[in-house]
Design a protein around this ligand. Sequence first.
Ligand SMILES: CC(C)(COP(=O)(O)OP(=O)(O)OC[C@H]1O[C@@H](n2cnc3c(N)ncnc32)[C@H](O)[C@@H]1OP(=O)(O)O)[C@@H](O)C(=O)NCCC(=O)NCCS
Length: 164
Amino acid sequence: MMINTRIHSHVSQPGIPRNKTNIITVWSASRRDWNAVRHIEAACFGWMRNVFGLWPRVGQSDTHTWVAGMNAAPVGYLIAYPNMLDEQPVMYIGGVGTLPEYRRRGVGTHLLHAVLSEYPRLWLHVRAGNADAIALYQNLGLQQVRRLPRFYSNGDDAIVMATS
Ligand SMILES: CC(C)(COP(=O)(O)OP(=O)(O)OC[C@H]1O[C@@H](n2cnc3c(N)ncnc32)[C@H](O)[C@@H]1OP(=O)(O)O)[C@@H](O)C(=O)NCCC(=O)NCCS
């Protein structure tokens, strides 16, 4: 049983563009999607992060991964798993990305709607300079809860965002 979530692009959800040519579908990833997810992750973040970040997580029982397809071809992914926030395990978005050529068409928004519909309480780290991602999360109601100076290995600050 591969598909347990499908959300077709329509206009009833906040933030989703009213563009009828976007046929975006979101589903829970299964084994047959891993390769596509891996390639999308690498296109968004590079292979090093894929090898040390996402790949060890994929397939673990507490990890939930979604794939977004544009006209059925995988173009985006989101991976989430429990992580400690204020000493409590809360679902954490460990990675979300859309292939560069498919951005600004609602894919990221659909992925966030999918995870939020299943896990209304969420948190994540985002680079302080990643205005695209911060705007996406704010549109979906996540708010900054703190800033972590020099959190990333290159010295970038992280913003911690969470649902209220
Ligand atoms: C962040 C990311 C996932 C957004 O995916 P997406 O499919 O383009 O998202 P959407 O089309 O649903 O965009 C939703 C909203 O986010 C904001 N946004 C996204 N990209 C933006 C950009 N380049 N400039 C300004 N706002 C942007 C906008 O508010 C947009 O709504 P709009 O297009 O109606 O104005 C995508 O840019 C990406 O893969 N970036 C590289 C990986 C990354 O940084 N991931 C997040 C790590 S924390």
